[in-house]
Design a protein around this ligand. Structure first.
Ligand SMILES: [Zn+2]
Length: 225
């Protein structure tokens, strides 16, 4: 694989600038994110990254844990899905509502981040990264309104702004368009197929069989920019 292909599928962290031990972002996004963060601060919002770069290995571990039932799979109403009643296809779709296929997460790119407002999190409450926190009666609603008004000016957009039949709504997921538009164009179903063919992922045979459908429904099915 080329350097670009490795980067697109989370198999290198060469492009990552580490802000802390666990949080890394694309080095070409550091300045852009700092500007967004500074502007948010002026509006009383401490914009904080909950999750930045994620490697292929990490995404694979998330997948395997959900597929095997070690991590519960939730549905759109936050209820735990009963795995034993599902076909392999149904299980794959249930996982992909909230978790990307390894090799197909935009978090591999480093230019996509999950954010919240640290100062708006009520004392004693932990971050859930669930839509209710960001909706009208939730504590992060001021952040939602602020992002809707200002994010675009700084080059950011919300690829999962609403449910489109693929990935669930993710009001916390920001993408830095000056970088991600190039990566979106360079990414392909063929690259994903090649990546999955090389690894020991659970559900592999079925995944490969329905990959074109998964690609259309979950990977390229995002907000227009
Ligand atoms: Zn995300």
């Amino acid at each position: 694989m080329s350097e670009l292909e490795l980067m697109l599928t989370g198999q290198t962290a060469q492009h990552i600038h580490w802000l802390s031990a666990n949080i890394g972002i694309h080095h070409e996004m550091v300045a852009g994110f700092s500007k967004l963060q500074a502007e948010a601060k002026l509006a009383g919002i401490e914009l904080t990254i909950a999750s930045g770069f994620r490697s292929f290995e990490r995404q694979l571990a998330i997948w395997q844990n959900k597929f095997s039932g070690q991590t519960p799979i939730k549905d759109a109403s936050n209820q735990t899905v009963a795995l034993e009643q599902l076909s392999i296809d149904e299980k794959i779709h249930a996982i992909m509502l909230f978790s990307a296929l390894p090799g197909a997460s935009r978090h591999h790119w480093g230019c996509d981040i999950d954010v919240y407002a640290k100062n708006l999190l009520p004392t004693g409450q932990s971050l859930a990264l669930e839509p209710w926190e960001y909706q009208a009666s939730g504590h992060f609603y001021p952040l939602t309104l602020w992002l809707a008004k200002h994010a675009q000016r700084f080059g950011f957009f919300l690829p999962y702004d609403k449910f489109r039949g693929g990935v669930a709504q993710e009001p916390w997921h920001l993408s830095y368009l000056p970088l991600s538009q190039h990566y979106q164009q360079a990414y392909s179903q063929a690259l994903l197929a090649k990546t999955l063919a090389n690894c020991d992922i659970q559900g592999k045979t079925q995944l490969m069989a329905i990959l074109p459908e998964l690609y259309q429904r979950y990977i390229v099915n995002i907000a227009n920019t």
